[in-house]
Design a protein around this ligand. Structure first.
Ligand SMILES: Nc1ncnc2c1ncn2[C@@H]1O[C@H](COP(=O)(O)OP(=O)(O)OP(=O)(O)O)[C@@H](O)[C@H]1O
Ligand SMILES: [Mg+2]
Length: 257
């Protein structure tokens, strides 16, 4: 099973849009997928209409409950979901005095008897606290969605440093699978310039696939459907299918150190 954390401490960079729709396009391509929503905003869970089920994950992270108690079927074939809830905001506090609290999810996943999935995707909150650290400790790969806007590039160097530190101290297996340009608008010069800058500054780390600005992606959560079920032919569906193909065709091509 490949385990991919979708991380960027910058808010609104496209993490949830990527987690939800990459999960759906991987499933469409015949893969079995588990999506864990580790964000107290529970946006991925709401997208699939499962927000009210999110207490189970809180109990998994703060108590004795096994991960199997928190897994739900989604409306998409071959896609299971571990929903979140606003309760998860209390996890940092609840675990403040716990030893090795950043490895709880990894251990719960390890103890899970049945792991029928080909891919585990983890949607992270826009903070690098204990929840994101749990994701980075559980995952072997990191996908970093970045909004194609110059302001979005500033935090990227710091994020890559943090990932490198996590690799050194907590998870030697961690690799950066790719930086994913999101909300790219090829009609604007600015978007193209940012894309060029990204590719120049982070050579070899940027995905070949890009996710274009597409209003259908912003509409889909209102309909509780991934983009492929909401509008199978729109650019958003095409782009996330391309990304799924890119990920399936490749082992991680870069390391974070
Ligand atoms: N390619 C796209 N085209 C159009 N809108 C997009 C696209 N990607 C994301 N959005 C919109 O941008 C906003 C932020 O996206 P998203 O929620 O995926 O980011 P996030 O990184 O998960 O945010 P947060 O840090 O708050 O969890 C949303 O309103 C979403 O609908
Ligand atoms: Mg999000």
């Amino acid at each position: 099973m490949r385990t991919i954390a979708i991380v960027n401490q910058k808010g609104g960079s496209g993490k949830t849009t990527t987690a939800v729709n990459l999960a759906a396009t991987l499933a469409e391509a015949g893969k079995k997928v588990l999506l864990i929503d580790l964000d107290p905003q529970a946006s991925a869970s709401m997208w699939y209409g499962l927000k009210e089920k999110g207490k189970a994950l809180y109990d998994v992270l703060t108590g004795e409950a096994g991960l199997e108690t928190a897994i739900e079927k989604s409306s998409v074939d071959s896609l299971d979901l571990v929903p979140s809830s606003p309760l998860l905001a209390g996890v940092e506090k609840a675990l403040a005095n716990e030893v090795a609290s950043e490895t709880i999810l990894k251990n719960k996943l390890f103890r899970l008897q049945q792991k029928p999935w080909d891919y585990l995707l983890i949607d992270c909150p826009p903070t690098l606290g204990i929840l994101s650290l749990n994701a980075l400790t559980t995952a072997n790969e990191v996908l970093v969605p970045v909004e194609a806007h110059v302001m979005a590039l500033h935090g990227l160097v710091q994020l890559l440093k943090t990932i490198s530190l996590v690799k050194q101290r907590l998870n030697p297996d961690l690799e950066i699978t790719g930086i994913l340009p999101c909300r790219v608008d090829f009609r604007t010069k600015h978007s193209k310039e940012v894309l060029d800058q990204l590719r120049a500054r982070f050579e070899g780390k940027v995905c070949q696939s890009v996710i274009r600005e597409n209003i259908r992606l912003a509409e889909a959560p209102l309909h509780l459907k991934p983009i492929t079920h909401y509008d199978s032919a729109c650019n958003g569906s095409l782009d996330y299918r391309k990304l799924a193909l890119e990920l399936m065709g490749e082992t991680p091509k870069t390391t974070s150190s």
